[in-house]
Ligand binder design. Sequence first.
Ligand code: MN
Length: 464
Amino acid sequence: MAFTDDLLEASEIIRSADSVTIISHIDADGIASEAILKEAVGRGKIPSESVFLRQLEPLMMKWVPKDDSLKIFVDLGAGQQNLIEEHGLLYEEVIILDHHIGQPSKTEYRQVNCLPYGVTKLSAAGIAYLVAREMDSSNRDLAKLAVVGNVGDMMAREGCGLVGPAREIALDGVKAGNVRAISHDLNCYGLSTRPIHICLSYSDDPVIPGISNNPNGAQLFLERLGIQLRDSEGQWRVWEDLGSEERRIIASALVEQLVAHGESVDRLFGESYIFPDEAPRSPLRNASEYATLLNACGRWTRPAIGSEVCRGDRGLIYQQAEEMLRHHRSVIRELFQYIIRTGVARTENFQWIHTQDQFPDTIVGIGAGMALSKLDRRLPIMVFCTLPDDPEVVKVSMRTVDRVVRSGIDLQAALCEASALVGGAGGGHAIAAGAYIPAGTEETFVRRIDEILARQSAQGTKDC
Ligand SMILES: [Mn+2]
């Protein structure tokens, strides 16, 4: 079978269902996936219910109903088919749309997964969209949400833009009129909402000498180029407000700055995805900021709000989402300051801190990533924290930067191996990964990770 056959089969299964339950994940990709499917089945007049889960694990299975609806597992399920089976769901009641590694079980549930076809840069929202488009070609407007899911799941990171089927989906959105793909744009977060100098100062990939982590330096840099930082009403301008000539001037000055310091300019530019149907300077205006808003909803356990926003609410529910985004940012800032103030412990090969129960486990990874920009970026950072609802388990989050990944470090491999050694489990990506380990094994875990990272860096560069 080809991937397109799987898509066709899934679309027929869903179209012929009397009712569906969508079981999805609480991150941006999961929320976008759910919204795409909910919208597509709604347009097809099929009633639906949604269940959002932090993870598909034994304790959460009670939320999966045992009724006669078709259960669509999306952004999860491939690796937990045993659980689905133990829950008593039959072959014909289930379809899985996922982009995670599958795990065999007795019942071979029907599944659309891009991995067996060698497609690694496509998120669940991408798959959900391809199925929705197969259900009805008028669902092309949902490509925009798939772009949010893909970008939210870091599918655009390595290649400085979406690639393969994920990029074709973005071009579907361009055709539908609600996506603008801007090639060779600045590869920076916050192009639509942050004052330009702040946006530039947050650039950490590449690190721009004198500008990254240095808002004053960035401001001076722009003023010297003659760029107006505020508009006629005195508001800070954002990158998106700049005309092409202004962008060109800044871009070439940034290139000069990097070259003068012997740094590579490879990652300075990338393709960005702007949504012309959203209000300028709003957090929904581009794919990466939209994904942050969805993540904020999910991490503060209100994924359904994110879903409503995806499906068009711009009223009271959207205001709640914005409120969550503000809260999300302020708690992350607190965590970031806490890490910097407290300081990290260092081993040969990485740095770490235990935040205990001070911050919600759902944001420690993000805070760790931000803190890394102020720490020694050559060493990956690890943050331990306890879980509010389970004293026996400790959550581990690790982050590093592209340059370190290119030198051969793979955090997902390291966390999987080390957590298995102490009786836990891990997963994620080479650049950002997480694990759950038994409380009390942290010291052993630190030693194991140190050994594994030493081995990885000795083995050196891999091609990616
Ligand atoms: Mn995903």
